[in-house]
Design a binder for this molecule. Structure first.
Ligand code: ZN
Length: 174
């Protein structure tokens, strides 16, 4: 099933997503759909609330180098269990806030625990872009967007720009 990505502002992007109890076939299908939507966008991460599903599921693939094999990952109930003291600042973007970028500072490395597509517990330490991406996506499960790290004024300007962009897109469709 083709999933469309919600654009900010949308109340569903501000909600806290619910923990996944069982990795059902329907959830595996959702993960598959989300990966497809993410690659198509293209992007390096997507969280279930961004397709309007309030379950704790994220998908990521931060392999960017040409010729390197893709590494699609689906994580249910992802949780940061340790973070480095060192921080990293990346210019972040978001598929729900197109054409907008902003510097966000986060821990440089994080250890994440999650449940994989088979319902098995996994744990891995990510750094660099992977660490930033995973933290950005986990934030989505808490109803938090990267623009929430920016100043209130910047956030207002971005939100106003997005309201206009959504209006323009709706008109194009009509
Ligand atoms: Zn995002």
């Amino acid at each position: 099933m083709k999933r469309s990505i919600l654009l900010h502002p949308d109340p569903r992007l501000k909600k806290v997503a619910a923990p996944v109890v069982d990795v059902t076939d329907a959830l595996r299908q959702l993960a598959d759909d989300m990966l497809r939507a993410m690659y198509e966008a293209p992007g390096i991460g997507l969280a279930a609330p961004q397709v309007g599903v309030l379950d704790r599921l994220i998908v990521v693939d931060c392999v960017k180098a040409e010729g390197e094999a893709p590494r699609p990952m689906a994580m249910f109930n992802p949780e940061v269990i340790a973070s480095s003291d060192e921080v990293n600042t990346y210019e972040e973007g978001c598929l729900s806030i197109p054409e907008v970028f902003g510097d966000v500072t986060r821990p440089e490395a994080v250890t994440v625990r999650w449940m994989d597509l088979n319902g098995a517990e996994q744990e891995e330490t990510f750094d660099g872009l992977w660490a930033t991406c995973v933290q950005h996506e986990i934030d989505h499960l808490e109803g938090k967007l990267f623009i929430d790290y920016l100043s209130g004024l910047k956030r207002q300007l971005i939100t106003r720009k997005m309201v206009k962009l959504k209006r323009d897109r709706a008109r194009e469709k009509a």
